[in-house]
Design a binder for this molecule. Structure first.
Ligand code: TYD
Length: 226
């Protein structure tokens, strides 16, 4: 029986055919509000009949949903390299089953986390060789880079307050010192990149989502004019 996945299910009918597929990712530390923003952005796109696919890592594919359960199961100890390779396996299946076919059909793909999360969490957070992570990511992504990365920024303290309020803290979120390292990692990683848009995640989610939507509309317009 197919496992129901709200991310895979949100596929709207389209009016505008894109000239090529477009990949947009949302990145940030836990508690930054990415999932809420991804859903709001998807709703704005749907209201304007813009064909898109909302997906996520880990857990965007059926295999990925099983890997996500394993990754969140902290009763079995996992070394940092094994942890990275499980996220990489999730990404490989996600690219194969969901992202690459959608891009080939000229769809706009919105992904809640992707390759940059491995660099920030496993690279900067857990000390896995960043060069190795980059090499594996490039191989898995078949050289695709996001057209836009929305980096949702929020102070670690506010993120931890949000995580604690929501309950169900996963082991990636437990320690403020770990989240600080991940936060510094994202900042270092994104400082030089041209495809990254820095977003203040502490504002009202609807306003933040409408800012994201304006950036996506700009990108779509530019792409149609090329
Ligand atoms: P999830 O419950 O999906 O949370 P979120 O909504 O914050 O994405 O948990 C995913 C966790 O996995 C999150 O703490 C970030 C972490 N992660 C990595 O450590 N490396 C990765 O490559 C990815 C994609 C996620």
């Amino acid at each position: 029986m197919a496992v129901k996945n709200k991310y895979i299910d949100i596929k709207v009918t389209f009016m505008h055919k894109l000239k090529r597929g477009i990949l947009v990712t949302l990145e940030g530390i836990d508690g930054a509000g990415k999932s809420t923003l991804a859903t709001l952005l998807s709703n704005y796109l749907a209201q304007d009949n813009i064909d898109h696919l909302l997906t996520k890592e880990p857990g965007g594919s059926l295999l990925g949903q099983q890997l996500r359960t394993m990754l969140h199961n902290n009763t079995v100890s996992m070394c940092p390299k094994a942890e990275f390779l499980l996220f990489a396996a999730d990404r490989a299946q996600h690219m194969h089953d969901i992202v690459l076919p959608a891009l080939a059909k000229h769809t706009l793909v919105l992904s809640d986390r992707m390759a940059d999360s491995s660099l920030a969490y496993q690279g900067y957070g857990r000390g896995v060789d960043k060069h190795m992570i980059k090499t594996v990511n490039t191989w898995i992504m078949e050289n695709h880079e996001p057209d836009i990365v929305f980096y949702i920024q929020i102070p670690v303290k506010i993120a931890l307050d949000r995580i604690t309020k929501r309950g169900n803290v996963n082991h990636f979120e437990q320690h403020s010192s770990f989240l600080e390292k991940v936060d510094q990692g994202f900042k270092a990683l994104f400082a030089e990149k041209k495809n990254v848009v820095f977003i203040d995640g502490s504002q009202n989610p609807k306003d933040v989502a409408s800012t994201l939507y304006n950036h996506v509309k700009d990108l779509l317009c530019k792409q149609q004019l090329q």
